[in-house]
Each structure stands twice: as C-alpha cells, then as structure tokens.
Design a protein around this ligand. Sequence first.
Ligand SMILES: Nc1nc2c(c(=O)[nH]1)N[C@H]1C(S)=C(S)[C@@H](COP(=O)(O)O)O[C@H]1N2
Ligand SMILES: [Mo]
Length: 253
Amino acid sequence: MTRRITRRLLLGAALAAPPLILGATGNLPSWKRIKQSYTATGERLSHAVYSRIGRSALAREYPPEEMSPEFRTNGATTGNTPAWLEARESGFANWTLQVDGLVHAPRRFSLADLQVLPLRSQITRHDCVEGWSAIGGWTGVPLSHVLEAVQLQADARYLVFWCSDVMRGFQYYESIDLIDAFHPQTILAYAMNRVPLPVGHGAPLRLRAERQLGYKQAKFVERIEAVASLSSVGFGNGGFWEDIAGYEWYAGI
Ligand SMILES: Nc1nc2c(c(=O)[nH]1)N[C@H]1C(S)=C(S)[C@@H](COP(=O)(O)O)O[C@H]1N2
Ligand SMILES: [Mo]
C-alpha cells in the first residue's frame, strides 16, 4: 500500500533534510555559523536566486560610488553610414529613429520626441563576452513606452535593432524577444553617466537590455523593426555576431 503524501509529511521531510545532509558530510558546522554566512552573503544570494527565477527578474543596480572610473568602448566606435555622418554634423538635431514592421502606427521619433517620454536611469554592469566588465549609468526611455506609441501587431514576436555602422560589409543589428522588450530595465539610452551618449558608446541612441551580454547592447540604433520571425533577417540568426561568429542569440545574464 502506498502512503498518501500529505503536505505535513512533505514539510516534515523538508525540515529534517538539512541536518541529515550536513550530517552525512561528517563535518557539521554550527547553525549559528550557517546563519551568519547566510546573512553575510544575503545580497549576493538573493541576487543569485532572483536571476534564476525568471526572465522578469531585475539585473543588479549599483550605487554611484561603484561606477567604473573608465568605461571602455568596444566594437564600432562611430557610425559610418552617410545618414549618420550627416546627422552628426548637426549634433543629431535632424536625426530620427524609425519604428516600423509589424506595428499599427509606424513612425519616426526625433531625439526630442524620445526625451519627452517618461525616462529611466539605471547604474548597471556591462559584461562583454571578450572578458571585461564595466559599471556605468544609463538614462533613456523605457522601450515599452515607444512600443505603446506604435502599437505592436498581434503577430509581432521580436524586435530588430538596425544600427548605423556597417562592418565587414554588413550592417550591425541585434534582436530581442518581447519579454526583454517589455522588461523594465530595457531602455533606449540617450545619456551615459549623466552626459549625452558619447559617439564611441553609440550616439545618439543605443539599446540597454540589462539582462543580456554586451553584444546585444546595440549602439547607433537608427531603426527598430517588429518581426514575426528572425529567419529572414540577416543570415537568420538574430544578430551580427550571431550570423558571423556563431554567438548565442539568447545571451541572458
Ligand atoms: N552598432 C554596434 N553596436 C554594438 C557593437 C558594435 O560593434 N556596433 N559592439 C557590441 C559589443 S561586443 C559590446 S561589448 C558593446 C560595447 O559597448 P561600449 O562601446 O559602450 O563599451 O556594444 C555592442 N553593441
Ligand atoms: Mo562585447
């Protein structure tokens, strides 16, 4: 006869388990020490847990004192398309971001249009796959506000960020799904460390999708296209480095 597993039985097992496990190691630390070590690593622990419980978890944000004294640039350090070069001449006064594809109300946004929308500032750590990190501050408009303005169509599944730099003959692009698109820390940043976004870091507008690695943080964004599938974009892998070097499309951290 099988015993019915009651909730009380499960609770009893859960309470009994830790001493049993520790006992089995033959090296039983005192509960006090265990408690202390948990308190000491509490912040790290909760972050480690939160970052694994779901896509909506927030990336860690830092106090201003922890900002890196230097935040290096990487990849393209300038746009190089004729339109971008011309826009830079006017200090990006006549630059626009185009938002189109599977949206009901495609439109262009000037920097001023974006800057009157609600803004968000965040100090986060950028992690590049090449093995360096830097903590920097970003200010911009949450992507969700831009998407509300253009109204995604029912079959939109991904957003493609087209950039104003062409490398090795290919336009840089990246893409994210709608979970990342509506994540509260996904912003179109026009300022870095409280000054207008420098050219080297993607002026006048870049993506910050803080739950993703560095190469997803598209710089020099000139167009956002909503698509149903990534298979017909570029070589079909969802991004410049994904196409050229086999980087993972989902680069979640
Ligand atoms: N348009 C564009 N975006 C890009 C790149 C690039 O070459 N072109 N490089 C990516 C990589 S690999 C990294 S690590 C970051 C570097 O951002 P930073 O120059 O602000 O440090 O931008 C990403 N976004
Ligand atoms: Mo990177």
